[in-house]
Design a protein around this ligand. Sequence first.
Ligand SMILES: Cc1cc2nc3c(=O)[nH]c(=O)nc-3n(C[C@H](O)[C@H](O)[C@H](O)COP(=O)(O)O)c2cc1C
Length: 550
Amino acid sequence: MAAAKRNQETAAGWAYHNATKHSFRSVRDNVHFLDWSNKPLPFKIYRTLDPIELPREVSPLGMPALEAISKGGWGAEEKTIFPAFHRPFPTPDLKDLAQILYYSAGVTKIKQYPGGEIMFRAAACTGALYEIELYLVCGDLPELEAGVYHFSPHDFSLRRLRRGDYRGVIARATAREPSVTSAPVTIICTGTYWRNAWKYQARAYRHFGWDNGTMLANLMATATALNLPARVVMGFVDEDVNCLLGLDADREVAFSIVSLGRSSQSAPESPAEIERLTLETEPLSPSEVDYPAMREMHAASSLFDEEEVRQWRGAMPEREKTEPQGRLIPLEPFGKDEMSREGLGTVILKRGSTRRFDRRSSLSFEQFSTLLYFSTRGIPADFLGAATSGTLNPTAPAATAPGGPHLNQIYMIVHAVDGLEPGAYALDREGQAIEMIRAGEFRREAGYLGLEQALPAEAAATIFFIADLNAIFERFGNRGYRAAQLESGIIGGKIYLSAYAQGGGASGLTFYDDDVIQFFSPRAEGESAIFQVAIGRSAKQRMEVVQAAT
Ligand SMILES: Cc1cc2nc3c(=O)[nH]c(=O)nc-3n(C[C@H](O)[C@H](O)[C@H](O)COP(=O)(O)O)c2cc1C
């Protein structure tokens, strides 16, 4: 298969990125009507497999959401829970898995509309189309036999695709990534092209990263609240993982893996040959439209063997720190005793995307600082380095550290944060400060950059993820593009949770790619817009307060 190794052919990555940019012109030239009669089912439904019901008692997860999103990961449990940092090794049971699946991909709200109902899920997702599916690969666990399972959110159950311990397949596919090799269970997240492309066409491949990311923010925080070590792994042999799950890779592909728990015994060797799975599923809609650009991007960012995976994983080389050009304003996050202690479960259940922000309400500088402080740390991932060396190193400066490795830079347009002059800013992670780029009232510009929507104009602030794709492609090849999108989604998901934990609101947003860069230039010159989230107070909340007071 050596001929098919294309990860370093980064012209393919750039071609996808450039072809899927939004601009003022592109949204007018490419008018896309939604065919509601052909809207895809938001669930994957296996026709012939019996459900294995998951326990329905859901624990409220009392750990403060801000704490849960900012720590944890593989190696963390020794420091926080077992100071002697050795046994016991935490092993998730069926109830833990039920919590993790519910709080990351479960149906948390059902709303009726004239055209039917929408089952909203725990994590935000572009267009509420829910194209990310979750699968489990586990050894024998308390109350769950070893196997490969699909999680079905519509009836909150698992369906067994294979019986037996296949963890060795995942261990091999990840080139024996240490956290995977010792995990009693791994969760595999896949993206289904058509389910999101129905609305977003070829841009849906970017959405895989964003929507998988918001889900992983919830998932990792839930694992932390349950004292389970977890780690995101993006380096794996694509074909081996897709084949284990029986995916038709023209329609659905594995995007990320999470190792969960730690066992003292390594995963058993996998069988050399794996039987092909052919399981019937309900069609998503009467017909499907294929967008070859996404399959092309996927193929060009696929890894083909263990050696390629081994070389792929690890951090970006250290970059020279750009000296701040503007005024630095130190963040002032709330101290432990003043910060919100609202529990993770409560915050996830009340989260929703704010549909209208109240432009008269502001955030305090402490709330804003707290949100930035807690959302930008705590991502244990193979593309961010640490704990990948093969040895257990709980003191490694993982991505949980404030200035730890990251792919995305954070830029902001601030409209209404008390004590902060409105304007454009960049986050200086190491210095835990924000740097002023340009002062000014930019509500109109923010609305324009967010595809002319009201949300970013009316919010208190808008947070942009901007990445140096040249450097990312150079280090990680096309696969780095997947990682940059995923990282932005994970931080975006944490921003949602930290906004809601503090009584605020948030919404993910799409954007005019090149105009965002132009707005933040010369500072952001040569870089690429990856994702955007607006934060503030919802107009609905304000109305409720006014109504209660009158
Ligand atoms: C990555 C991402 C991008 C989004 N972009 C927009 C957007 O441009 N405009 C918008 O109104 N909502 C946007 N949303 C919000 C989704 O429409 C919302 O998450 C979805 O309808 C599910 O609802 P919920 O978040 O309230 O559960 C976005 C959400 C995500 C996660």
